[in-house]
Design a protein. Structure first.
Length: 300
């Protein structure tokens, strides 16, 4: 890749950062894989869910395509924010009233309410955040996410550079195959003429067969099976490929379209061809196109 070219990015990336917020260790992980669009999934404690829209916007400002997952893990038993038990007094009083009502119905009005029984009733004892000011966690948490973004984006960039180099080498191989095919093409009319002569000889036909007519048939055959247009279009697609690679991300969808067009031209050349030498070159050429398309699936 030249220094002036913009980088292409892979859709595969990973980043991690650690911090401590109000004496609670926090780890943020960001990872991404291939996806047709930009999809962001955030895994974080529900107490901080109000930050999700801001997190999504920040990720989408850096990522155009890919399925991105963010994990916010706190060093607590369940990786959530620290909690402490709390009594729902309103609900507890309702249970106490029901307890007394039941005792009166059973004609045991002097029965004392057992707190242990009330505590076991659903919803009386709950876990609430031990953090006094949850809003004070917002900026430190976002800063930790931004720290994780740095290695995440760098990995996507480096992976993109590897893809760029691999695709460039495969495009070069395709051009070499096209050059070989073009060099073999001029020989085809003469080979076809010789084949016609051999076939006619098998039928013991008169020697007075018009050779000029045979050349006319070969000319008609040459027009029908000419691959000049397909080779020219293939070269044009390859040139567009190079231009897009230098343009930089996001180009994944455009490159995928060009792969389809290259494959279409290759199929047409293969269907027109009746020469073993060209057939071998076409097999190798289509293999390179398929490998490029596999790589393109991971480009943003």
């Amino acid at each position: 890749m030249t220094e002036k070219s913009s980088p292409i990015h892979s859709m595969t990336g990973f980043g991690r950062a650690d911090s401590v917020i109000q004496n609670v260790p926090l780890q943020v992980e960001i990872k991404s894989v291939n996806h047709r669009y930009c999809e962001v999934k955030v895994r974080m404690p529900k107490e901080l869910s109000h930050l999700e829209p801001k997190i999504r916007r920040e990720i989408q400002s850096h990522v155009n395509r890919g399925r991105v997952e963010l994990f916010f893990r706190f060093a607590t038993e369940n990786q959530e924010l620290p909690t402490q038990p709390d009594i729902n007094m309103g609900l507890a009083n309702q249970y106490i009233a029901l307890y007394k009502q039941l005792a009166e119905t059973a004609e045991q009005p002097d029965t004392k309410v057992d707190p242990a029984v009330i505590f076991q009733m659903p919803g009386v004892i709950t876990q609430v955040s031990a953090t006094e000011d949850i809003d004070s966690w917002s900026e430190p948490l976002l800063d930790t996410m931004r720290q994780a973004l740095v290695p995440f984006l760098e990995m996507r960039k480096q992976e993109g550079q590897h893809l760029h180099q691999d695709i460039q080498s495969r495009l070069k191989a395709i051009v070499e195959r096209l050059n070989t095919i073009e060099s073999l093409t001029p020989e085809l009319p003469q080979k076809q003429f010789e084949k016609l002569c051999e076939r006619l000889a098998k039928f013991s036909l008169p020697e007075s067969i018009d050779e000029q007519r045979l050349h006319q048939e070969v000319a008609i055959w040459s027009d029908r099976y000419d691959i000049t247009e397909e080779v020219t279009r293939s070269r044009s697609h390859i040139e567009q490929f190079h231009n897009l690679l230098e343009q930089g991300s996001p180009i994944g969808r455009q490159l995928d379209f060009l792969c389809q067009e290259l494959n279409r031209e290759a199929n047409t050349i293969g269907s027109k061809n009746q020469d073993a030498g060209i057939a071998n070159e076409m097999i190798a050429l289509k293999s390179e196109i398929e490998k490029i398309r596999e790589q393109v699936q991971n480009i943003e």
